[in-house]
Design a protein around this ligand. Sequence first.
Ligand code: HEC
Length: 106
Amino acid sequence: MKTMMLSMVAATALMIAGGAMAVDMPKSAKKNGCTNCHKIDKKVVGPSWQAVADKYKGDPSATAKLSTKIVKGGGGVWGAVPMPATPKISDAEVKEIVTFIRGLAK
Ligand code: HEC
């Protein structure tokens, strides 16, 4: 009985988190520390994800390029500061985040 109540609480928490994701960065971006350096609409340490989306709009090769860069890190595109590697991120999370970023393009 106690277990069932706990799982109901967990399910409710998930639903709330899911609702926030529509306007917010994906949960995987928070989990992997991306949000420390990126915001959607404002440059922090790294470029805003809106700017990234607009830069690669209409470039089909960018999905692969950005995915590799997220995992391996690197610099030279936006300024002098390089992005650190995130080797522990899963393929599914990279895909989710890149899809999210590309979806911001106007
Ligand atoms: C320590 C700060 C930092 C963290 C953490 C970080 N980034 Fe970055 N990110 C940067 C910087 C700086 C750049 C610009 C690099 C350049 O000029 O090539 C960048 C660039 C990018 C770009 C554009 C790459 C390009 O070549 O145009 C994407 C996409 C990106 N980051 C996604 C992510 C994701 C996803 C994560 C989390 C897994 C993440 N970043 C974590 C600092 C960071």
